[in-house]
Design a protein around this ligand. Structure first.
Ligand SMILES: Cc1cc2nc3c(=O)[nH]c(=O)nc-3n(C[C@H](O)[C@H](O)[C@H](O)COP(=O)(O)OP(=O)(O)OC[C@H]3O[C@@H](n4cnc5c(N)ncnc54)[C@H](O)[C@@H]3O)c2cc1C
Length: 393
């Protein structure tokens, strides 16, 4: 029996927060770890991080330094700047999945960027995406058809403008990834091979075998590493956003992180802070998400009083491998369930219950090609009716 699995990324609208002015000392810090309130520092903080040295010459930091040379705040500044644990960037991006890396590459055209990530840079849901990315690339397909399929699969609850942007710009984003060096599968005719998945009326899934996410993450990380304006801080666990109140609004000045290699708290001060920390699949007992998906960004945003919406939308992968039914069981328990990708159903895979009865046609006329939420609910219904449990390990 297939199982219902939490796959993670709910649709969250976390607003970008803006650093305004130089009034750092007004900041109200919500960090649960005690940190000195003085956040300006001299120019020694970047020792050991050579790429960052160039940032010292930026006008903003020059003016801070000049001001401190004459101002009464100098003593306080010096006293809290020796540990080298505060870093200044134009942009702080929390997360190194597709969202964070793509954003970093874009804004690096306008300033310095810190990409902060809590594990190895590639560790993300993105890295484990299998089936592929849908985009209108076949001449007989159309953006309108892709939009309609998306809206129907979204039970008419989608934000139509977002659907329009995603479906219209999708092909260009794919071409962009290819230009960056991502390699996707091609058919015998030399064109991109397009697979089909549930909810889609056309073949439109661009893929790299069944490890599409790994290839996208590889290409993005390579582009990021080549960009002189982007600095990746791995094993830096974002703890909390640095905020202050400005009238009725909350202003974000950056983020406090824990360097999990050195156990040091490292503060990032930024004009713009982007939360791209992915989903929360690991709040469920069984999930296809990697262990990094623990919803930290949502929690940080909540503590910083950001507006969080659409939390009721959690994507469930309907099918995963139930290790306990395998003839040879893995020697080590998995950290997460191994996804049986939807592309298997797209290619004709059929779902049966333990009595080998095909059940999807009795739930939806699209049968196994119904959207994910319909398939997941049908499986759940079967499990409950048959008094069986979801199993994945
Ligand atoms: C098994 C699987 C298969 C999938 N298959 C597909 C598919 O075929 N097609 C498709 O379109 N989608 C697929 N998805 C969904 C897709 O992978 C995600 O929607 C997408 O990758 C999310 O990207 P993201 O950048 O928002 O988050 P992620 O890729 O999850 O990146 C989040 C980043 O934030 C970091 N982070 C989290 N908390 C902190 C913290 N406190 N401090 C610092 N860093 C932090 C993480 O380490 C990670 O680097 C799949 C997902 C899974 C799990």
């Amino acid at each position: 029996m297939a199982t219902s699995i939490a796959s993670g990324s709910g649709l969250l609208h976390l607003r970008e927060t803006v650093y305004r002015g130089q009034g750092c000392k007004r900041a109200y810090f919500v960090s649960s770890i005690g940190i000195p309130k003085c956040i300006q520092k001299d120019l020694s903080w970047s020792h050991g991080v050579p790429k960052i040295l160039r940032i010292h010459t930026s006008n903003r930091f020059q003016s801070l330094t000049n001001k401190s040379r004459h101002g009464h705040s100098r003593t306080a500044i010096i006293s809290c700047l020796r540990d080298g644990s505060t870093k200044y960037f134009d942009f702080a991006v929390i997360g190194s999945g597709v969202a964070g890396l793509r954003y970093a590459l874009e804004v690096a055209k306008h300033g310095t960027v810190a990409v902060i990530t809590k594990a190895e840079p590639h560790e993300s849901n993105t890295n484990y995406a299998q089936g592929g990315v849908s985009a209108v690339l076949c001449p007989s397909d159309s953006v309108e058809s892709h939009m309609l399929d998306t809206i129907v699969a979204g039970a008419y609850l989608c934000d139509e403008e977002t659907v329009r942007v995603v479906c219209t710009e999708g092909p260009e984003r794919i071409r962009e990834l290819i230009a960056m060096g991502a390699s996707f599968d091609h058919g015998e005719d030399g064109n991109l091979h397009l697979a089909r998945e549930g909810g889609h009326s056309h073949r439109r899934i661009v893929h790299a075998a069944d490890m599409t996410g790994k290839e996208i993450e590889r290409a993005l990380l390579e582009a990021v590493r080549k960009d002189p304006n982007i600095f990746v801080f791995e094993h830096h666990f974002a703890i909390d956003l640095l905020t202050s109140q400005d009238g009725s609004g909350t202003v974000c000045h950056g983020v406090d992180t824990l360097n999990t290699d050195t156990q040091e708290v490292v503060r990032f001060i930024s004009k713009i802070t982007l939360l791209a920390s992915g989903g929360a699949g690991h709040i469920y007992p069984i999930t296809t998400n990697p262990p990094v998906a623990t919803g930290d960004g949502v929690a940080m945003a909540h503590r910083a009083q950001a507006i969080i919406s659409n939390m009721e939308f959690v994507q469930f992968h309907p099918t995963a491998l139930a290790d306990e039914s395998l003839p040879i069981r893995p020697t080590k328990a998995r950290e997460n369930a191994f996804l049986i990708t939807e592309a298997v159903r797209g290619d004709g895979g059929i779902l049966y219950n333990l009595d080998m009865e095909r059940f999807m046609p009795s739930y939806d006329e699209r049968a196994e090609l119904a959207p994910r939420d319909v398939v997941a609910r049908s499986i759940d219904d079967q499990l409950k009716k048959r008094n069986e449990k979801a199993r994945a390990s």
